[in-house]
Write a protein that binds this ligand. Sequence first.
Ligand code: KG4
Ligand code: ZN
Length: 345
Amino acid sequence: MKILAIETSCDETGAAIIEDGQKILANVLSSSVKQFEEYGGIVPELAAREQIKAIIPVIDTAFKKAKITPQQIDAIAVTIGPGLIGSLLVGVETAKTIAYVLKKPIVPVNHLLGHIYANWLQTSLNPPKFPFVALVVSGGHTDLILMQNHSKYKWLGGTLDDAAGEAFDKVGRLLGLGYPGGPAIEKIAQTGNPNAYNFPRPLINSGKFDFSFSGLKTAVVNFVRNSPNLAKTSKHQLGLKADNKQVIADLAASFQQAVIDVLTLKTIKAAQKHGVREIVVGGGVAANSALRSQLTTQSAKLGINVKFPEINLAIDNGAMIAAAAYFNFKPQSPLKIQSQPGLYF
Ligand code: KG4
Ligand code: ZN
């Protein structure tokens, strides 16, 4: 079965064509993120305007890459939420129109489940094995879910304030590293000492599966604010001046280590509590190689296997939406499908 999937939940415009839930025939992504560097975050209105321009060319390119015609697809999948309302509307209304015109079934998809299903892509021989604990760790979410099978899952806990990716973005901005902060922090952290600063690990021993990253972010802000010797571009923001460079690398590495310690410990505890032998991770922060190696190593010691998507499939993309639709194939009437910005598990 060939599914065309459309994903426009945030700044990106993604269209993918996937066969039988795992084989990628095309996965096209256009992102307007560069344009938001100067703002330090996404401007929703501008993102949606770019998506209106990008959506048809991106879908066209996907068909060309897959070397099939629109009539040859069997179904359409679309992200209906969570996300930015203007952005979601572009994808959802386009998908509904295509489904209506081509008379093909259309499957609405929860973006958060999509991140989990990125782990099915390109893995015909070794897909995730149920039951498993999933960690969805992105710019908008940090959630732990127990998945018994494709249709039976239970939310175990999530962030009470900032998502992990959001904290990476805010600290990245504070350190003068631009937007998005995650990849930039990961890069500069490679030259820093993760033990240079002992930042808090919020809720690490709470015994529950909730997260909180706002206090950790504030600890980094307070450090910068109270360091008179650091060159600043504004009251709280560091400039990447030469004398700051090692401090920034150390701050980035220490902050990243605190986030990873919390994510690793809580995810493993969730797996142990529910007696599962597999952890499946998804979302933009799953691209972080320090998280990938620490979670994998510590889980292996306990006999728990960890799956991460390929790095380019961890961040938002259309392919994961097609995979989620294939394994949860519940088409709906195009007239009933609507954008749901606040959708959750
Ligand atoms: O899943 P995603 O592409 O979009 C959302 O659904 O939010 O995740 C984007 C988030 C951003 O906050 C970004 O800073 C973070 O993922 N991110 C990373 C890395 N790559 C992206 N965080 C840490 N390390 C990375 N390598
Ligand atoms: Zn996402």
